[in-house]
Design a protein around this ligand. Sequence first.
Ligand code: SAH
Length: 231
Amino acid sequence: MLLRLFAISLLFCLPCLNAQEDYTRLRESMVNTQLKSRDIHQKATLDAMLKVPRHAFVPDNVKPYAYTDGPLGIGEGQTISQPYIVAFMTQALKLKKESRVLEVGTGSGYQAAVLGEIVDSVFTIEIVEPLGLRAKSTLENLGYSNVVVRIGDGYNGWKEKSPFDAIMVTAGAEEIPGPLLEQLKDGGSMIIPVGPHRGVRQLVLIEKKGDKLKRRNLMAVRFVPFTRAEE
Ligand code: SAH
């Protein structure tokens, strides 16, 4: 009887085991062919990209494409960025374990998880409630207790948790929100796609040194728009 139960459970579990192994292989291949072969070399970023199960953050209908070299729809008209862009933005912030990071635009929660693999504390804000709630439960189920999700308009940042060592905005803004710059620590960095509505934007890296802001355009990108809560 016991043997039969064991055989049956093995039969049912084998496909799951294979699926997990397949995802691990797809993730390894993603890191080798999409990241290392380009300009992603920082160990912490590569390790995080290798570890975070991207397929767990996307809806079932796009899971088979979770590790492909492009963005994916996550519902509510929003997208999860291409793995390379996630890695590029993460690497650009030069994070340390003790960094406190703010993300604006939680979306699926995937980018927040990548940050959460590298630093002690991540605060992330999502304006679309169903997305924020789904991301929160995905992150909880995967054990990311160091990532805190808030539903709301991220334009004003998260004052009570500031200042931040790093800020990442993952929605395309027409201008850089002033409150976010204020909540950045001296010596901190912020990365944000900036440019005209619906157009190609520049991924801008801002470094704060005293009362000076050093601004550099890193590359041209397309992002879903940064929206504002209605007054
Ligand atoms: N980082 C996400 C993808 C971001 S897509 C991931 O890893 O999946 C951009 C997200 O920014 C969308 O979910 C969108 O709803 C959100 N967003 C747009 N404007 C915002 C705002 N003002 N405050 C917070 N979130 C915003």
